[in-house]
Design a protein around this ligand. Structure first.
Ligand code: NAD
Length: 286
């Protein structure tokens, strides 16, 4: 069994982005700018935003976090987004999800300028992804594809089973795999007999949020396992959705948690933001 080392690859990508930022600064006189909207005091969201901010600092981005109270109005968030859409120093806008219940999340995501939508959540970019056109792709599944590429794992013609069908993980993961000519199956909470599906996977992608959902008897010998889940055990340990100890004995490759898909997500956010800055710089010249 070989580990798919997302930590190592993410550091390599970060170095490339850092170099790209220096070149960007020489050619434009400015640095890429990322704005984050963080609403409320959810500990996990705060931790993610802090990690993203540190990563921005490491590669030399300008970054700003708009922290807003839990009881913020729809209008106030919309005004902030409109302001960031117009701000020439901001190339990427990231709305940390989930937003509080009183907020219409769809409306908020639709308001982000698609050319600054570095998370790839705007329906315009979702449409481009499903039609196989270039655009912004959600960072987590994009990171998974980069990790597979790094280890020369070609998904073409492979049976790929994606467990979890959210808009930010499962669905874009499936689209990327389909675009890369894999045979794709998507499973979710209503899937009957999950094992029947997972056993057929040459490559199994799991992004659900349930500790030990995938057990040894659910995977084929020598399958490739991509564990996207991030869960915290009662003792505070970070684990994925796969029973790592036992499944790792049976598979050919596996992503660890932590150190697998997680760091790749942040690396792809940096890479998407640099891409946005380059696009926006070209627009400014026009
Ligand atoms: P979500 O709650 O929006 O979606 C979960 C999906 O799993 C749904 O499609 C649901 O139908 C499915 N599901 C739930 N229980 C199931 C079961 N028993 N069997 C089969 N399918 C089931 O969650 P999300 O935002 O997509 O996140 C999923 C997991 O991925 C979480 O653990 C989250 O922390 C993690 N995540 C990791 C990263 C990363 O950087 N590695 C990024 C985003 C999310």
């Amino acid at each position: 069994m070989q580990i798919l080392d997302g930590k190592a690859l993410s550091q390599k990508i970060e170095e490339e982005v850092k170099k790209g930022v220096k070149e960007f600064k020489i050619s434009t006189g400015s640095v890429p700018g990322l704005a984050v909207v963080l609403v409320g005091h959810d500990a996990a969201s705060q931790a993610y935003v802090s990690m993203k901010k540190k990563a921005c600092d490491r590669v030399g981005f300008y970054s700003v976090t708009h922290e807003m109270p839990e009881d913020i109005s729809q209008e106030a968030i919309e005004n902030t987004i409109t302001m960031m859409n117009k701000n020439p120093n901001i190339d990427g806008i990231l709305i940390q999800l989930p937003l509080p219940a009183q907020i219409d999340t769809t409306k908020i995501l639709e308001l982000v300028d698609p050319s600054k939508d570095v998370d790839g959540f705007h329906p315009y970019n979702v449409g481009r992804l499903t039609t196989g056109l270039d655009g912004f792709v959600p960072c987590t599944p994009l990171g998974v594809m980069e990790l597979l590429k790094e280890y020369n794992i070609d998904v073409k013609g492979k049976n790929c089973v994606v467990v979890g069908a959210s808009n930010i993980v499962g669905k874009p993961m499936a689209s990327l795999l389909l675009n890369a000519n894999a045979t794709v199956e998507i499973c979710h909470i209503f899937t009957d007999d999950l094992t029947k599906h997972t056993l057929g996977a040459d490559i199994l992608f799991v992004g659900v949020g349930v500790i030990n959902l995938i057990k040894e008897n659910m995977v084929k010998q020598d399958a490739i396992i991509i564990d996207i889940g991030i869960n915290r055990t009662e003792s505070g340990k970070l684990v994925g959705d796969v029973d790592y100890e036992n499944v790792s004995q049976k598979c050919s490759y596996i992503t660890p948690v932590p150190g697998g898909v997680g760091p790749m997500t942040i690396a792809m956010l940096l890479s998407n933001s640099l891409k946005a800055a380059k696009i926006n710089a070209k627009e400014k010249i026009k």
